[in-house]
Write a protein that binds this ligand. Structure first.
Ligand SMILES: [Zn+2]
Length: 209
């Protein structure tokens, strides 16, 4: 991932923990390899202060900057008008001028995640950035079509990813969700490309240079 050294990579997730689950290892690796990595969270639906602090801690663990697009209290993405969501993403892309953007995929079963995907699709008109979509967010396995065609070797950042996921204690402690699922997914993706752990990305647009 040295391709992005000295440049900005912007990862946009609908909620706290979405980015860590899908691309935590990739973001940590990008940061270690010299990119400025900005994690942007669109909104916090509930438990504002606690989830905000958990997200900050997780971003710190991954070595990334953190932004909240809606930061004045709990909000559901459904309550943000489409043009406002597009405006929020546009502002961020215009400010950061990222070399790459990563976000949810179109086949997500969470409709609010799909809304974020579409806002990022729309931001492509502002600037030519590499555009990647990541694994559907799931707390328990759900059959959802997603076929990654690019893989990031996260063997060295897998443990950091797991620590960042565990920083979201309100989700993975009290609710009793099993974090090993994310290690399983990374192991399977790793097998696809002959490494121990990998995260899969679908490519929306990419400049091969
Ligand atoms: Zn979410």
């Amino acid at each position: 991932m040295k391709k992005y050294a000295g440049q900005t990579v912007l990862a946009i997730g609908a909620h706290p923990d979405d980015l860590e689950l899908a691309v935590g290892g990739t973001l940590a690796r990008l940061s270690r390899d010299g990119a400025r990595v900005v994690m942007a969270i669109v909104s916090i639906p509930a438990d504002f202060e606690r989830r905000r602090e958990e997200a900050k801690r997780a971003a710190e663990i991954l070595g990334c900057e953190l932004r909240f697009l809606v930061d004045d209290g709990c909000r559901r993405i459904d309550d943000i008008k489409t043009h406002q969501l597009v405006g929020l993403v546009d502002d961020l892309v215009s400010e950061l001028e990222p070399a790459a953007v990563m976000t949810h995929c179109a086949s997500e079963f969470h409709r609010d995640h799909v809304a974020v995907h579409h806002a990022c699709v729309s931001a492509q008109r502002l600037k030519a950035f590499d555009f990647f979509h990541f694994n559907p967010t799931m707390c328990r396995p759900v059959p959802t079509p997603f076929h990654p065609r690019a893989y990031v070797d996260v063997s060295e950042t897998m443990d950091v990813k797991m620590k960042a996921i565990e920083a979201h204690a309100s989700q993975f402690g009290s609710r009793g969700l099993d974090t090993e699922l994310y290690r399983d997914i990374a192991r399977l993706n790793g097998r696809m490309v002959g490494v121990k752990y990998a995260e899969g990305l679908d490519v929306g647009r990419m400049l091969l240079a």
